[in-house]
Design a protein around this ligand. Structure first.
Ligand code: ZN
Ligand code: ZN
Length: 250
């Protein structure tokens, strides 16, 4: 299914979604909401807490994911919420994670955006998790020229800034030792859907610019992930399929 605001709005208007965890590796999960807002949150278990990647659109989904985390990892706090970029379908659902005490991690160019979103005046119509539990949330900026590391012995997460033409505040999250890379709107979700249709390259044979920009970032930083998770599809793409799409392999 492709992303649509209509689907997201429908999901938001109807009910609090149910959430199931899809395990990607030891300690790494993807939250599958039903109904879906078409953005999938990744969950990484570290020794001292939980790191999530990408809130998505729907803050009620966020509340359901926070409940799933509390049941799955009793007593572990959510320490960080990494946000790939500030487009609404990725970012506006960040508030329940702030209410839960997570530090929001985003590109330094978007720090002001997240501070404003988190500290907006409380709603007088419909109170959300942060209105009910006002906290002073920290927003950690990722420098435009250096990665930000969330250290852990088994599952360190490294957040890299990525130059691209989709947005000026893009970061990607590498679960380094597990070889899993999470990306928002850098073509991997679209490639996942292409693969499900049985297509491995675009008809022209030319990769789209955002896939080329992702590949450039992976080369620049020496990221050797083997599984690529795009925020708008629940099925990851293998590095082999990505390299074939780029025309790097036959
Ligand atoms: Zn976007
Ligand atoms: Zn998007």
């Amino acid at each position: 299914m492709s992303y649509s605001y209509a689907a997201a709005a429908r999901a938001r208007a109807v009910v609090r979604p149910k959430v199931e965890g899809k395990q990607l590796a030891d300690g790494v999960w993807l939250a599958i909401p039903d109904p879906t807002d078409a953005t999938y949150t990744m969950i990484v278990e570290q020794a001292n807490g939980i790191v999530i990647v990408e809130a998505g659109f729907d803050d009620l989904k966020g509340e359901a994911i926070i409940d799933w985390i509390a049941a799955k990892f009793p007593g572990k706090p959510i320490t960080h919420a990494i946000m790939s970029h500030n487009h609404a379908d990725h970012a506006v659902g960040v508030r329940p994670y702030a209410a839960a005490g997570a530090t929001v991690v985003a590109h330094e160019a978007a720090v002001g955006f997240y501070e404003a979103l988190i500290n907006r005046p409380a709603s007088k119509i419909l109170l959300d998790a942060l209105d009910r539990n006002p906290v002073t949330a920290k927003v950690q900026g990722v420098p435009a020229d250096a990665p930000f590391r969330i250290e852990d012995e088994d599952h360190p997460v490294v957040v890299y800034p990525v130059y691209n033409r989709h947005t000026s505040d893009m970061v990607i999250a590498d679960v380094e030792k597990d070889g899993i890379l999470y990306l928002g709107d850098l073509y991997i979700g679209a490639l996942a859907r292409m693969l499900k249709r049985g297509e491995r390259r675009s008809p022209s044979g030319e990769p789209v610019f955002s896939a080329v920009e992702l590949d450039a970032a992976m080369q620049l930083y020496g990221i050797d992930a083997t599984l690529l998770v795009g925020s708008h599809d629940a099925d990851p793409v293998s590095l082999a399929d990505f390299n074939y799409y780029l025309g790097k392999s036959e």
